[in-house]
Design a protein around this ligand. Structure first.
Ligand code: NIG
Ligand code: FE
Length: 424
């Protein structure tokens, strides 16, 4: 069989053999390195990964597109497994307030925070939202992200939640970055239901979830399990209904207060639990047993300047799978860059560069049910490959804030070249 594309002579780094279960404990960050490596692609799939030049060359002919990766790092595309991508209403005006000591939950309770973004998102036209999402996907792609998870949750009514999810679906058909959709109607209590929270929960259960499931608008359902957001019991009923309708469960758990969201995630066998800054060690143990992936969001911790950090040490000891994500959103993380995110994972959360890499690729793919297709450079997987101007894996988080990505290949097609988009 001949290759359609040959990434030649690069330093290839990937995890191997973790497409059915994520890397946990001491295995997190185990990678295979080919100093002089080659990735051969057939159509949209990986045909071969080798350090044997003659073998690689024999699979190519005059039609094969050659991408020279000499002195470059060749990695699987990053999987950003937790974002709130589709919104209108940046909240830069909250930065001085937070720096002056106002807490995130106080701003929310006073009608700011998520609610102020909800008002702008409700008012935005689908085409305006779509334009913003496509522009953000460009930025993400230029920084090496080839798959992104994206949540609704800035609508908090049926019409706008559906609008956000439809925009995300449309964006996924127009843009090379693959968009995995999550419904998050339980992100905040809408102001019009301030004194009728049961009614809003009933709308999520009886109207939003059935319609989202019937129209195939989301694969997952997430909820913000937190004081001033939604209780354990409310989240449980939402996630169980979502699961009954065929959606996977996710939980924003123990982010600001130790409410027990991690334990709930284990109980409902969620695919992932997010944030986990205050998660109890025994609840983490339950997550390990239930095989719930921990999605850590270290940039959010940095931006909110939280004194406490997620208990990475216990997660590693107990065998909880760790993924990391940007949490891209207008309130707590306006960060689209998975390279810088890895810097936060290393400098703020104490991961090694190799652990941060695995948490951004194969484990992140597990956190959104994409590990059979994405997250590593292995034969038969989607050819999602990034080429970075870096001599080692350590170089990436070390050079914080610099975009080292030169080329991106998504499903076998070159979509970024010399740091610029080249699709469409
Ligand atoms: O994951 N914590 C809740 N949701 C987001 C923030 C959303 C916002 O502030 O707009 C998060 O940090
Ligand atoms: Fe989030």
């Amino acid at each position: 069989m001949k290759a359609s594309l040959w990434v030649a002579n690069g330093q290839v780094v990937t995890t191997v053999g973790h497409s059915t279960s994520p890397q946990v404990g001491p295995a997190l960050g185990e990678v295979l390195r080919y100093t002089d490596g080659h990735v051969l692609v057939d159509g949209d799939k990986i045909l071969l990964v080798t350090d044997n030049y003659a073998q690689a060359k024999a699979m190519c002919d005059a039609q094969t597109e050659v991408v020279d990766a000499t002195d470059r790092l060749v990695l699987p595309g990053y999987v950003d497994c937790h974002t709130h991508l589709s919104f209108a209403g940046w909240r830069d005006h909250e930065l001085p307030l937070r720096l002056a000591g106002r807490s995130y939950l106080d701003i929310l309770a006073a009608g700011g925070g998520i609610i102020s973004t909800v008002q702008k998102t409700r008012a935005a036209t689908p085409s305006a939202l779509l334009a913003t999402v496509l522009a953000t996907l460009d930025t993400m792609l230029l920084h090496g992200t080839t798959t992104v998870e994206a949540k609704s949750g800035y609508g908090l009514n049926l019409e706008t939640e559906l609008k956000q999810l439809c925009v995300l679906r449309e964006a996924g058909t127009r843009h090379p970055v693959e968009v995995v959709r999550t419904f998050m109607g339980a992100h905040a209590l809408p102001p019009e239901y301030k004194n009728a929270r049961e009614e809003y929960i009933a709308i999520i259960l009886d109207q939003m979830l059935p319609q989202v499931a019937a129209e195939g608008l989301a694969e997952f359902c997430d909820c913000f399990c937190e004081n001033k957001a939604f209780t354990i019991d409310e989240c449980r009923s939402i996630l169980l209904r979502a699961k009954a309708l065929g959606l996977g469960a996710k939980v924003h758990a123990d982010e600001i207060t130790p409410l027990g969201g991690a334990l709930l995630a284990a109980e409902v066998k969620a695919v992932s639990a997010e944030h986990l800054i205050h998660a109890d060690r025994e609840h983490l143990r339950a997550m390990a047993e239930a095989q719930v992936v921990a999605i850590l969001l270290p940039a959010t911790s940095f931006i909110l300047q939280t004194a406490k950090r997620a208990d990475v040490k216990s997660m590693l000891e107990l065998g909880v799978a760790i993924a990391i994500a940007t949490d891209y959103n207008p309130g707590t993380s306006p960060l689209p860059n998975m390279q810088l995110l890895q810097s936060f994972a290393c400098f703020h959360y104490g991961l090694t560069p190799a652990q941060a890499f695995a948490a951004s690729t194969i484990n992140a793919a597990h956190a959104i049910g994409r590990a059979k297709d994405s997250g590593s450079l292995e034969v038969g997987k989607q050819a999602d490959v990034i080429i970075q101007k870096a001599p080692t894996l350590d170089f990436v988080p070390y050079h914080l804030g610099v975009n080292l990505v030169e080329s991106v290949i998504k499903r076998g097609k070159r979509v970024v070249n010399k740091g610029g988009c080249m699709y469409g």
